[in-house]
Design a protein. Structure first.
Length: 441
């Protein structure tokens, strides 16, 4: 992966991502302590509400923010949103009531909902070679996994010498450093081919996404990922501390095992994707998640949980890391921010379903039944992905234009056909190709 890091622009963007993630991780720890300071025994309610607000912001704001920023240079947008996030983190230590936390969290996550899809859509323009882009996707997955492992440890070390309010200062520094790194490079900003209304720009990514078979399959894959991931992130502490009476260190160890599995898969994926297309790799990842969740009721102690979480980490990374390649292939450069925003919103809609389900069902029916229900949900997602995502999924498709004038520039080289003009090229949904071609189109 040294080759991809030799690209100065990508290297600065990757460092910006890593530093911002560490800052966000510190804020997550500090937010939990702030909630306890404000609400005491009701801190869980405050945090639960804050995380629900986060998901609502992700689902609702991402397409709108991308549409409103469609005419802004990407660097300007990314830096501006980093500064907004830094300002919110600067204010969080001074809140004194729960509603203030909710307002600031909404603003913070709304800024992230605009930042993340735009950032993700920039990488394939910076790294046009698919091999380089695949390595970048694996590095991004590694960054997320390392953040989940290192940020809590860094926070714990800092809390031995400073109060938790000072952790928010680390978040501010992280976002400012991210902004500085983005400013230090020139970013490509593909321009929209024509001006569009706000409704068209807001829904364009969703319309492209839902009209593309491989992306509909990707949404099903994301449902399976959310079913497994929610089980891990919500119920690890319940299993380890409540069911088995173990300590916080064991909770961290279990989550580290999940992260380790994810990192192993992320490191192996670049070579695997040189030999295999994304579909079998990602569907195999979901199958691993189904199998792992089905084994969940048999887990009876920390050692078996560590093994199971490692396996789920493997499937988790294999199922979702290659998704950027599908998004890149399925849209023109000018439409990529909108399509990445649609992916961001739709995938988090899955988490919005499975996060509360994992918690509520675990409390009401017990964890063995919760494992079983989530395994069935992941299996249904796998079957749906198999149905929605054709096994034969070439990039170049032959298709017919029924109403395209003969002199149109797009018709150059097309041949006459009883239904219109027929030709083949790399196919994506756009203004000239509103529907995916069927066998006879």
């Amino acid at each position: 992966m040294r080759q991809v890091l030799a690209n100065r622009t990508y290297r600065h963007l990757f460092l910006a991502q890593v530093i911002a993630l560490v800052g966000t991780g510190l804020a997550t720890v500090a937010l939990g302590l702030l909630a306890y300071q404000l609400a005491g025994a009701d801190a869980g309610t405050v945090l639960g509400t804050a995380f629900a607000i986060k998901m609502v912001a992700y689902v609702g704001v991402a397409p709108v923010a991308t549409a409103l920023a469609n005419r802004l240079p990407r660097r300007t947008m990314l830096v501006g949103l980093d500064l907004v996030r830094a300002a919110v983190a600067l204010l969080l230590p001074f809140v004194s009531q729960a509603w203030q936390v909710y307002v600031l969290i909404f603003v913070l996550q709304a800024a992230s909902a605009g930042f993340t899809p735009t950032f993700q859509a920039t990488i394939p323009d910076v790294l046009p070679d698919e091999k380089d882009y695949t390595q970048a996707l694996s590095l991004s997955r590694l960054a997320y996994d390392l953040e989940s492992l290192l940020s809590p440890m860094l926070a714990a070390a800092l809390l031995t010498i400073v109060s938790f309010h000072n952790l928010f200062a680390g978040t501010v520094v992280g976002f400012l450093a991210s902004a500085a790194l983005v400013v230090s490079v020139a970013l490509p900003s593909p321009k929209a081919s024509e001006r569009r209304g706000i409704y068209d720009r807001t829904t364009r990514g969703l319309r492209i996404y839902l009209a593309t078979p491989r992306l509909r399959g990707l949404w099903a894959v994301q449902s399976g990922v959310a079913a497994a991931g929610a089980m891990v992130f919500v119920n690890t502490v319940v299993l380890v501390q409540s069911a088995w009476g173990l300590g916080q260190t064991d909770v961290a160890l279990a989550l580290a095992s999940f992260g380790a599995g994810s990192m192993v898969a992320a490191l192996a994926l670049p070579q695997a994707l040189e030999r295999l297309p994304e579909r079998p790799v990602m569907l195999a990842g979901v199958a691993v998640l189904v199998f792992g969740l089905a084994l969940g009721p048999l887990v009876n102690g920390l050692h078996s949980l560590l093994a199971l979480w490692f396996v789920l980490g493997l499937g988790y990374s294999a199922a979702q890391t290659p998704s950027g390649r599908l998004l890149r292939r399925s849209a023109h450069p000018e439409d990529r921010p909108a399509v990445y925003a649609a992916q961001f919103a739709l995938s988090h809609a899955c988490w919005l379903v499975f996060y509360p389900l994992a918690g509520w069902l675990g409390a009401q029916a017990g964890l063995p039944w919760t494992f079983t229900v989530h395994s069935v949900a992941a299996a249904f997602a796998l079957v749906l992905a198999l149905k929605l995502w054709p096994a034969d999924d070439p990039e170049v498709l032959e298709h017919t234009h029924q109403a395209l004038p003969a002199g149109h520039t797009h018709a150059q080289g097309a041949r006459a056909h009883p239904e219109g003009l027929r030709h083949a090229h790399p196919f994506v949904v756009d203004d000239l190709h509103m529907h995916w071609p069927g066998p006879e189109r």
